[in-house]
Design a binder for this molecule. Structure first.
Ligand SMILES: Nc1nc2c(ncn2[C@@H]2O[C@H](COP(=O)(O)OP(=O)(O)OP(=O)(O)O)[C@@H](O)[C@H]2O)c(=O)[nH]1
Ligand SMILES: [Mg+2]
Ligand SMILES: [Zn+2]
Length: 355
């Protein structure tokens, strides 16, 4: 395994795959993809490649077969100077966002990511529900989620906010930092130990590109002032993989407007393990946790053991996961619809949000 590829995050099993391909092909890692053209980092620097016929055929039957940022690939250098991307190595992990309004097949945002940093600015005040959605997406990917609360220089009580966020993020570390002052950047940097690959996810204006610049120690990426209303304006427009000079790889992404969940619901279970564990104790297997007798979720709500807000997040996320599943399974569709109509009716009837 070459040192250059190792610095780009090459792992053992992918190295094996890359060694199994014919000798005249060149391995590399996809830094970015723009419409049918990939920028691939190789041992001899970055090159631009188009898709091979075989790859195009594979993509016709499975859009997820197309290369995305973070993929390990093999390239063919042709005598006429063309470079084609021949195949994509099996992905260790994949961040998959459900297509908004498209097919039920998700869009792969980034591949072979070890750590997903959910980047959240401390100003405006973090939206816990949104963090939970990002966590569900992150757990689903197979990578390790970490919540990075940035812009600590703008608040006085960063640690108190971090504690609140930690309650909503069981199993994930919560870090506090500032790209501006450098506070807490050492712990963010250590997420890249052993040439790990870290993808940054978060809303526009959260401070993702600023973190990449702070990690790199140079202004690599554009950063722009946020609008007066505090909303970002989507400064970054594409996903981009950056190999840091001191080792480790970061993938910057544009702010996500909608975070779609994939259908399996595993991410949901991992993001809200307390509610999921309760749901397993319900008397009926098909309990929808609204008015059923012997419902452990309702019992915990009544006893005050389960915060109402977490219950609400769970209902919302579960509904979304079920929606995705429904799109892929026509048979389930009508059953699910009936169930959710019933559930949401009695939900509205029985529960007035506490003030
Ligand atoms: N005070 C302060 N401002 C920050 C910090 N990090 C980022 N900012 C500011 O926040 C704004 C948005 O930062 P970006 O890094 O462009 O945010 P982004 O998440 O990449 O946004 P998109 O590319 O639109 O998704 C810029 O005005 C930054 O200067 C920080 O640690 N402290
Ligand atoms: Mg950006
Ligand atoms: Zn129940």
């Amino acid at each position: 395994m070459s040192a250059t590829l190792q610095a780009l995050g090459l792992d053992g099993s992918t190295a094996e795959y890359l060694q199994s391909v014919p000798d005249d092909l060149v391995p590399g890692r996809v830094a970015r993809v723009d419409r049918g053209l990939a920028t691939v980092l190789t041992e001899d620097g970055p090159v631009r490649a188009t898709w091979s016929g075989a790859l195009l055929a594979a993509m016709a039957s499975d859009p997820q077969a197309g290369p995305c940022t973070g993929d390990w690939v093999v390239l063919r250098f042709w005598p006429d100077d063309r470079i084609t991307l021949e195949s994509v190595a099996p992905r260790r992990t994949a961040i998959v966002r459900a297509e908004v309004g498209g097919s039920s097949r998700g869009q792969v945002l980034a591949a072979n990511v070890d750590v997903i940093a959910i980047v959240v600015g401390l100003v405006p005040e973090p939206n816990i529900g949104r963090i939970e959605r990002f966590l569900a997406l992150a757990w689903e990917s197979g990578a390790r989620p970490v919540v990075v609360l940035t812009k600590s220089d703008l608040v006085g009580d960063a640690e108190a906010i971090a504690e609140d966020v930690a309650v909503a993020a069981p199993g994930a570390d919560v870090l506090v930092c500032s790209a501006t002052t450098g506070f807490g950047m050492d712990s963010v940097r250590s997420l890249l130990d052993d040439n790990a690959t870290m993808a940054l996810l978060g809303s526009s204006g959260a401070g993702k590109s600023s973190l990449v610049n702070a990690l790199a120690g140079v202004e690599l990426l554009d950063v722009q002032d946020i609008r007066e209303d505090g909303k970002g304006r989507h400064t970054s427009v594409r996903r981009e993989l950056i190999a840091l000079p001191q080792g480790g790889v970061v993938i910057d992404t544009p702010g996500l407007r909608g975070v779609g969940l994939q259908e399996s619901g595993e991410g949901l279970a991992a993001a809200l393990p307390d509610v999921t564990a309760l749901a397993e104790q319900c008397k009926f297997k098909d309990c929808v946790h609204v008015t059923e007798p012997g419902c452990a979720v309702q019992a915990a709500l009544e006893d005050g053991l389960l915060p109402y807000r977490r219950y609400e997040s769970w209902v919302k996320l579960q509904r979304e996961a079920a929606y995705m599943a429904r799109r892929t399974d026509a048979r389930l569709r009508s059953e699910m619809k009936k169930e959710w109509v019933r559930a949401s009716k009695s939900y509205r009837r029985d529960f007035k949000p506490r003030q």
